[in-house]
Design a protein around this ligand. Structure first.
Ligand SMILES: [Zn+2]
Ligand SMILES: [Zn+2]
Length: 256
């Protein structure tokens, strides 16, 4: 029997993957780094590919599915995604399982709910994950927060939320105009302020930790993101640990 934990194998536009280990199952949310790198980083947390029972994809962008085909085919792990995601993700040699955006399914003792999000992708989702009475939300790559998403993230013990950019840094930064507009749009990414609002709306007394995901290396700084989120939570008299992730590197483990 294992203790349950969550480990960020990588986060940021260079590759995203989160490992959730329950008492008797394991899942990867996204596999946006190479198969070899997934194997190596699992090892950093004392885990092996054999402990991964499913790879769940949020959407088809390369920074989320880069290593999925190889990992799933080599280790004979099923690849879960919406029809839109799987239709645009290479998966030859791998077993696939389709879920409906908004649908529920289970992997062993892990209950999963997918939630549709707005992002420039085909049928993208976020996930809430429950195991052994604990709830984790993994919310990244979305341009705006819907009421449905907010509700689904309520009561999370561990809230993992995208804080992609500081709006001031993005607007005054070097990205081309069209790219700035895409990122800022309702199909783009969440700013620090968006993340702060979502956290303040969804967090409660039992929320022990907030982990900030997919932070831009160019358009954000850890202190800005953390500051925005901490302040919004303080207004609600909540003081969970708030931890920005380091771009491209492993973060955690976070116990459940
Ligand atoms: Zn991404
Ligand atoms: Zn994306």
């Amino acid at each position: 029997m294992h203790d349950s934990f969550v480990a960020v194998l990588s986060s940021g536009s260079c590759g995203n993957s989160v490992f959730v280990r329950s008492r008797d199952a394991g899942i990867l949310v996204d596999a946006g780094i190479s198969c070899r790198e997934i194997e190596r980083r699992l090892g950093m947390f004392g885990a092996e590919p054999a402990e991964v029972d499913a790879v769940l994809l949020t959407h088809e962008h390369t920074d989320h599915n880069r290593g999925a085909r190889r990992f799933c085919s080599v280790h004979e792990v099923p690849m879960f995604g919406t029809e839109g995601t799987l239709s645009l993700t290479p998966h030859d040699g791998a077993q696939t399982a389709v879920f409906r955006a908004g649908g529920d399914f289970a992997i062993g003792d892990i209950d999963i709910r997918s939630v549709p999000v707005d992002h420039l992708a085909s049928d993208p989702v976020a996930f809430t994950i429950k195991t052994d009475g604990r709830k984790v939300s993994v919310i990244s790559d979305l341009g705006r927060v819907t009421a449905d998403l907010k509700r689904s993230a309520e009561d999370s013990d561990l809230l993992m939320v995208e804080a992609n950019y500081d709006e001031e840094m993005l607007r005054s930064g070097t990205y081309p105009e069209f790219l700035k507009r895409t990122i800022l749009s309702e199909n783009g990414h969440l700013s620090n302020e968006d993340a702060a609002r979502l956290c303040a709306d969804a967090a409660c007394e039992s929320t022990a930790r907030v982990v900030l995901l997919h932070m831009s290396r160019e358009n954000n700084q850890a202190e800005l993101a953390e500051g925005a989120v901490v302040e919004a939570l303080r207004h609600k008299r909540l003081r969970p640990k708030v931890e920005p992730t380091e771009y491209g590197s492993h973060n955690g483990p976070f116990g459940l």
